[in-house]
Design a binder for this molecule. Structure first.
Ligand code: ADP
Ligand code: MG
Length: 243
């Protein structure tokens, strides 16, 4: 039971207003466990990003319950949700979200700044995090002088630096070529397997399948019934390497 870091039960989410109202999530039950890389796959518009944002306490569910590291998000106000994010969650996005005026080390260090951790020790930790993603030599480089793959590795170092137990990654390889995509997925898989984190990767990219411990499919805001004992879960053979 303690292996479950995120628990979602009956999660619904309505977005938009009036005639544009969309039921993005229509009753999702899903757990994320430590030591596992979970892949959430589904077509565009199926609710993947919405579910990731609900898990990450960026959106509150319209109905249902989400528990993060044993803390119910239903009782948390805006500051409480921000604290859950700071304490437990690291985000990685498709488009990196780096600050162009800050170098790689400073971008990573930002994640420590917002947690009240400043100074030399924070700078050292940021450099170490860059080392973990193979970018120790690029600490002083600015985003415009880094490749897409390098920028995504900086973003991952930023997500890891405060040592969150949960990593939520939304289409982290979609903007990358095969080599860079494979390298990013290797780093995320290691984060799950070697550091005992729960890692959720949202994607519609089938090349990622070999890195997954579990594959969950979503369609129209509902998990698709799989053949296993868990709704929405398919256990596919880890064949077919990244082309
Ligand atoms: P995915 O990430 O799988 O492509 P999303 O979670 O982004 O899907 O979107 C799920 C559904 O919710 C889609 O129909 C999308 O158009 C809709 N949606 C997403 N964000 C909003 C929003 N802010 N307002 C209204 N509808 C939205
Ligand atoms: Mg999306």
């Amino acid at each position: 039971m303690n292996d479950i870091l995120i628990e979602a039960k009956g999660v619904k989410k309505t977005l938009g207003k009036g005639a544009g109202l969309v039921q993005a999530l229509r009753g999702v039950d899903l757990d994320l466990r430590k030591g596992e890389l979970t892949l959430l796959m589904g077509p565009s518009g199926s609710g993947k990003t919405t579910l990731l944002l609900v898990f990450g306490c960026m959106l509150t569910p319209s109905a249902g319950a989400v528990t993060v590291c044993g803390v119910s998000t239903a009782d948390a106000d805006k500051e409480g949700l921000a604290k859950i994010r700071r304490d437990h969650i690291g985000f990685v996005f498709q488009s990196y979200h780096l600050f162009p005026t800050l170098n790689a080390r400073q971008n990573v260090q930002l994640a420590l700044d917002i947690r009240g951790h400043h100074g030399r020790d924070a700078a050292r930790k940021a450099r170490e995090a860059l080392g973990l993603v193979g970018l120790e030599q690029k600490a002083k480089a600015f985003p415009e002088n880094l490749s897409g793959g390098e920028q995504q590795r900086v973003a991952i170092a930023r997500a890891f630096v405060a040592n969150p137990s949960i990593i939520l990654a939304d289409e982290p390889t979609s903007a990358l070529d095969s080599d860079n995509g494979r390298s990013i997925m290797g780093i995320l898989a290691d984060a799950a397997h070697q550091r005992d984190r729960a890692v959720l990767v949202v994607t519609h990219d089938p090349r990622i399948i070999p890195f997954a411990d579990r594959i969950i499919e979503i369609e129209d805001g509902l998990l698709v019934e799989g053949k296993s004992d868990e709704p929405g879960q398919l256990r596919l053979p880890k064949a077919a390497a990244w082309p």
